[in-house]
Design a protein around this ligand. Structure first.
Ligand SMILES: *Cc1c(COP(=O)(O)O)cnc(C)c1O
Length: 221
């Protein structure tokens, strides 16, 4: 984006989402998650003022430092955890976040279920899929997905859908299409896919949640 004005950036991203929805003849809602990781409160406030109310962070500790005060000032804000979660931070994550997009293993399913029961709060959960079968990346392997979903359902996690990050540097569309197919097959409505460089493609292929950072905030340091 060429503009320095956060409100104009936000409007531009909404425009692109709407254009992609029209292209795909979609009229359902697409949730825009503004990924504010590494950005200070001063960079976040203008987006809140422009009407953005869902924000994404990838680390529990960073979110705990930035968000409780902002959430108190702006009760309509909702927070999404989009980064890998350690089981010993499950209770803290459940306390702070409204959506968890990085459920990727059975031990975390167990920890989250326990934390949700204890807190009597049930954030929507997305199971993260390692859609490109990359050894260095988080997420459940496609082949392990059926077993993990079974565990999540048995533990009564509020399963909202699937999440993935396609491999870097290649055309993402086939990976988005595969994630959409997996979600359909498993009867899940939510599809968390698409970032700054490809959220419009993701929306044409069915994304219900897009995670957009740099297109809204500028480049990260
Ligand atoms: C950082 C991050 C994003 C946003 O990336 P941008 O390219 O800045 O839009 C989206 N999803 C995840 C999981 C991330 O870690």
């Amino acid at each position: 984006m060429t503009t320095d004005d956060p409100a104009a950036r936000l409007a531009g991203v909404h425009d692109q989402i709407q254009r992609a929805q029209r292209l795909a003849s979609r009229s359902d809602a697409v949730e825009l998650i503004a990924v504010s990781k590494t950005h200070p409160v001063e960079a976040i406030e203008p987006l809140i003022a422009a009407g953005q109310c869902v924000f994404g962070e990838n680390r529990v500790q960073e979110a705990q430092a930035k968000w409780p005060a902002l959430c108190e000032q702006h009760p309509s804000i909702r927070l999404a955890l989009i980064g890998q979660l350690q089981s010993n931070k499950a209770a803290e994550a459940v306390a702070l976040f409204d959506e968890i997009h990085s459920v990727d293993r059975a031990s975390l399913v167990t920890a989250l279920a326990r934390a949700m029961d204890a807190a009597d709060k049930r954030p929507a959960c997305f199971v993260q899929v390692n859609i490109g079968d990359e050894s260095q990346k988080g997420g459940a392997l496609v082949g392990d997905l059926p077993a993990l979903l079974k565990e999540a359902r048995a533990a009564d996690l509020p399963l909202a859908g699937l999440m993935a990050l396609p491999p870097a540097g290649v055309e993402p569309a086939p990976y988005f299409a595969l994630l959409a197919k997996l979600a359909r097959y498993h009867g899940l409505a939510g599809l968390s896919m698409g970032m700054s460089s490809d959220f419009d493609t993701a929306v044409t292929l069915g994304a219900t949640h897009v995670r957009v950072g740099s297109a809204l905030f500028g480049a990260r340091a």
